[in-house]
Design a protein around this ligand. Sequence first.
Ligand code: NAP
Length: 341
Amino acid sequence: MQNKNRQFVLARHPDGMPKESDWSLVETPIAEPGEGEILVRTLWLSVDPYMRGRIAPSKSYAKGVEIGEVMQGGGVGEVVRSRNPAFKQGDIVESMAFGWQEHVVLKPAGTRKVDPRHGPIRYALGVLGMPGLTAYFALLEVGRPRPGETVVVSAASGAVGQVVGQIAKLAGCRAVAVAGEDDKLAWCRAELGYDAGVNHKTAGDLGAAISAACPNGVDVYFDNTAGPITDAVMGLLNLRARIIQCGRVAVSNKPGPDIGLRFHGHYIVTRCRVEGFLVFDYVNRYDEGLRALGRWVKEGKLRYREDIIDGFEHMPKALIRILKGENFGKQLVKVSDEPRG
Ligand SMILES: NC(=O)c1ccc[n+]([C@@H]2O[C@H](COP(=O)([O-])OP(=O)(O)OC[C@H]3O[C@@H](n4cnc5c(N)ncnc54)[C@H](OP(=O)(O)O)[C@@H]3O)[C@@H](O)[C@H]2O)c1
């Protein structure tokens, strides 16, 4: 093993849409694991919209990346040296603490072993990982869909949205996809079972288009985007609707506060429930969620699409892609070949 570790460090806080030059590619010596730690070779890195928040200078629910620090992010990798009896060389592990680097020293807390028998190991970053768990707990615990209700999902073909739509169908609901490309919507309907789709880029009057797709109004809105899609859905809510505030990717590049419509009238008229969601609040129930998701994948009830870029050097480009809506499915970067056998 050569002793070089390539890493992306943050060069500056982006102004609006990030640019590749907002990160620098550096080489450092591969670190040695301390007592209780493991050294891991990165195989897959996850690319997620939350990363935009981590490189903004403003405060959020988690500590951001400082200038000069390794960019944060989750990954899957192979243990190459272990100083912890719970892990052995060759184990495959997943953690949110990989960072954008080719080797990482991990502590046992927050590191889970990935069983290759449960599906491709990279699923631990998608349907059998954080995005899948987000869809599962947010829809079922916060959205509480009932059979016959209408569930609208923004960013419907993405890592989270594709799982939400399929769970909504398993719950007996009408599922309506909102996405930014016709081929994404066609796939949502043909492969995932969504009942209808609306293209937020070409619909024109978004409220009218979503209304036409929801003849019985909206009971659950799974909000991955905030922004104009949310503005349009608000006027379509049914009595006692539930709004899951999961993400805000449509406004995450905006400088300053996002000033939009005032929804208070809709809240009063519909007595809806609006609840912010953070997947990490459910960490003690991850096993339960993973069991259900794993069973559905095995039974063929959950399909999952990924969008893979080959090569560690493409990490910044991959993040910019999802912020521009260019990904089609869960965005991953392949960093190195998986071990054989
Ligand atoms: N709260 C939590 O615990 C939690 C956990 C995981 C993810 N999330 C959030 O869930 C959301 C989806 O995450 P993901 O990993 O599944 O990402 P993703 O959907 O795979 O990728 C992002 C998608 O967002 C859409 N998008 C980008 N810019 C947009 C814009 N201006 N207007 C409307 N749509 C836009 C694009 O799809 P279109 O082609 O459809 O526009 C893009 O493909 C994100 O907001 C993320 O932050 C939250």
